[in-house]
Design a protein around this ligand. Structure first.
Ligand code: ADP
Ligand code: MG
Length: 321
């Protein structure tokens, strides 16, 4: 690699995030050296963002960086793992210093908020692509897999749903809303709040979890498939924000909540013996979550109204292929 490329890495990426004792050696050598806590296993996830596919071309660099790390943090949250280190594979058309300064500032802020460190990566020239590999740790027996749901478990979701899709629609000029509501949707799209702290709480009592990146129907479908169970989803109970009600109305809002992507909330299941603990966390404000259905024998996700009657919805999350 040319000297100026290394000085670029040194300048923008060598002190990014929160340095912790678990990092023995970070950016600058052939490999990073990491020391996971004794008794925990590594949880590793990668997400790639492509300009023009995952965010509009010419978006602000700071926001792109924050979103790229946030979507990885969301996977870590859904596993009940503590984020610790990440690698950045950055492909960009040129080495624009302003762009790099904004990008590294956004990355640094998000990394510090979640107490993780950039420990290495790769830098290449080409169409703008950001690929982050995030590593965390979790006691093996406490990892929140998709495969643990059992008939009788309650289904919950954190936060509110559909705002990410509204954010994308607003960015693309396809949604008219008040200035305040647009600002809210914009934040929800660009700076999804990865539910890392909640994921750690869930380890105590949840039987399965997933983060909602492709829409609740698709992602809950991953839990039912991995757990070999079915699900009843009470659509009247889905948490929609006031802004979504105002801007999209209940019909489009519901459809975005079910099939829109980009919410990065957690969907999790709780067996009967964990319900009281879950409710205590909700009551004390440590967990913001809403019960939205029930795991049953069978397969697939069936949407029902408050009388238990089936409701037809278009079922599909975002698919790349
Ligand atoms: P090598 O050729 O040995 O793979 P590189 O020249 O690609 O090493 O990278 C030099 C050092 O800079 C390595 O420690 C690598 O992890 C780090 N690095 C390269 N690109 C980035 C990046 N975008 N962010 C963080 N670290 C990076
Ligand atoms: Mg390299």
């Amino acid at each position: 690699m040319a000297a100026d490329e290394f000085s670029l890495i040194k300048r923008y990426f060598s002190n990014c995030g929160a340095a912790g004792s678990a990092t023995l050696l970070g950016v600058g050598d052939d490999c990073a050296l990491l020391a996971p806590p004794v008794g925990e296993v590594l949880a590793v996830t990668t997400d790639t963002l492509l300009a023009g596919v995952h965010f509009p071309d010419n978006s602000p660099a700071r926001l792109i960086a924050q979103r790229a790390l946030a979507v990885n943090l969301s996977d870590m949250a859904a596993m009940g793992a503590t984020p610790r280190w990440f690698q950045l594979a950055l492909t960009m058309p040129d080495a624009d210093q302003d762009w790099l300064a904004g990008f590294s500032a956004g990355l640094d802020a998000m990394a510090r908020q979640f107490n993780c460190a950039l420990v290495g990566g790769d830098t290449t020239r080409g169409p703008l692509t950001i690929s982050i590999t995030l590593m965390g740790t979790v006691p093996a027996a406490q990892a929140l897999k998709r495969s643990g749901a059992k008939p009788g478990d309650r289904i919950y979701v954190t936060g509110s749903l559909g705002d990410g899709a509204a954010g994308l629609a607003a960015l693309e000029g396809k949604l008219s809303a008040s200035v305040e509501d647009c600002a809210y949707f914009n934040d929800r799209f660009w700076q999804p709040q990865a539910r890392v702290a909640q994921g750690l709480e869930l380890r105590e009592f949840a039987s399965a979890a997933i983060d909602i990146s492709d829409g609740l129907l698709a992602d809950l479908g991953h839990i039912t498939e991995a757990s070999e169970v079915g699900a009843l989803l009470e659509v009247d109970k889905l948490p929609l924000s006031q802004a979504l009600h105002r801007a999209a109305g209940s019909k489009l809002g519901l459809s975005w909540a079910l099939t829109g992507g980009d919410d990065y909330e957690l969907c999790f299941t709780v067996p009967a013996n964990g319900l009281a603990q879950c409710q205590r966390l909700i009551d004390t404000g440590l967990l913001s979550a809403t019960p939205i259905g029930q795991i049953i024998d069978g397969q697939g996700v069936r949407c029902v109204d408050e009388d238990g009657q089936s409701v037809a919805v278009e079922c599909s999350g975002y698919k790349h292929f």
